[in-house]
Design a protein around this ligand. Sequence first.
Ligand code: BGC
Length: 457
Amino acid sequence: MLDYQFPENFIWGVATAAYQIEGAVEEDGRQPSVWDTFCATPGRILNGDTGAIACDHYHRYEADIKLMASLGIKHYRFSIAWSRIIPDGRGTVNEAGIDFYKRLVDCLQGHDITPHATLFHWDSPQALEDLYGSWQSREIAKDYADYVTAVVSRLGDRITHWMTINEIACFTHMGYGFGVDPPHAPGKRVSSKKEVWQTSHHALLAHGLGCQAIRAASPVKCSVALVDNIAVTVPINESPIHIAAAKSAFHTCGQNGGIIFPALTGAYSPAMLELLGQDAPDIHSGDLETIHQPLDAIGLNIYTGTYVRAANTQLGYEFLNFPQGYPRMHMPWLHILPESIYWGIRHISETLGRNDLPAFITENGCAAQDEVNVNGEVIDTDRIMYLRQYIRAAHRAVAEGYPLKGYFLWSFMDNFEWAWGYDRRFGITYVDYSTQKRIPKASFEWYDECIRNNRVV
Ligand code: BGC
C-alpha cells in the first residue's frame, strides 16, 4: 500500500506575501504601491476592501510566527515590500523598512524557521508607475536590481533563500492586459498586445538583473530562484499520444512560451513566437543572456491546469474547456486538478529539459467557504480533500524521480486576496478581521500531521 512517505530532507512550508498580510501601509516611511492606488479606485476591489490593515501582521508578526512554529513549520516564504525599502522606487533606502524585515527574520530564526524571501510580489512602487509606467519601461529592470542590492546587502547575512519575482504573467499581462478588464494593479490598458508582452519582457529582464544583483550583494553563498505560475497542460489520459500533445501544448498555453521558456532555456519558444507574430515583444541583443541566469531552483505556483488532447489540428493538439459541472473550489478559476502538480514538475524536467533544476511548489492551496461553527472551530474538510489530492500528486513526482524538493502551502492565514478583497479565504488559519483573532482550521491540524509524519495523512 502506498503510504505517501516523502524523502527525509523534503521541505514543508507555508507562504504569504507582503501586501496581502502586512497592513501598516503608512508606517515607518513606507510609500504607496500600485496596489494602494488600485484599492483606492472605486469599483476595483470587491466590497471596497483595501490592504491598509490586512492581517495587521506588521504588528502581530511575533504571535503569527509562534503559531507557525506550533505547526511544526520549518520553512516560511514571505515577500519584501519594495515601497518599504525604497519608498520612491529609486533613490534613498529607508532603513526603518529594512529593520522590520530584520525583526521578522530574527524572530523566525528564533523559532528555528528558515526564511525564504520573495523580492517582489506585485506591489510596485506607485512613484515608478507615475514616473514611467512601471513595467512598461525597461528602466524598471535597473531600478529593481538596485532595490535588490539594497535588500540583499543588508539582509543577506540572515536570508540565504531568495526568489526574485512572483508570477510575472499576473502583474504584467493581467495588470496591463489588452482587451480584458484587468483584475490587477495598476489596472491600466495599454494599446496593443505587443505592449503587454513588452511588460513581461521587462519583468524578465528585472529577474535577470536581480539574479546578478543577489549574487553580487550576498555576503554568503545563497540560493536564487524565480517563482512562476506556469500554465500546466494535463493530458486527458496518460496514453503516449495525449502525453505528446500535452508537451507540445505546454509551449503555447498561457504565457509559458514567453516567460518560463526564456527564463529557463534562454529563448522564447518558437511555437509561441509564431503564434504571437507581430505581437511579440522587442528583444534587444543581449536580453536573452541577461534573462537566462543560472538558477539554484525553480519555484512553481500551481493551483489548477488545462486538459489537453491530441487532435487533428495544425498544431496536433487542442485545449479542452472544463465542463459546466466540473468541481472547483471557491474561485471561478480554481478547478480541482491535482495532477497539475505532477505534470507541472514533469514539464519542467521533460518539456523544458531542466531536470537538473531543483523544483519547489512555492504555492498551492485553495479558497473555501469557511465558517466558524458554534464551538468556534472551522472544519474545512473541503480544503483537506483538495490538499490531500494535490500533495499525493506531488508525491508521485518525487516517487518517479523528478527533482521536487519541497512544498509551500498557500496560505498560512486568510489574507487580502487582491481584487477579491477579504471575501475569499485561502488560509489554513482563519482570520477574524474584526478582532484579528487567528483560529487554526481543521486543515491546519491536518497539515501539522503531514509535516510531523513527513507523509500525506
Ligand atoms: C498569488 C497569490 C494569490 C494566490 C491565490 C497566486 O497567484 O501568488 O498572491 O493569493 O495565487 O489567488
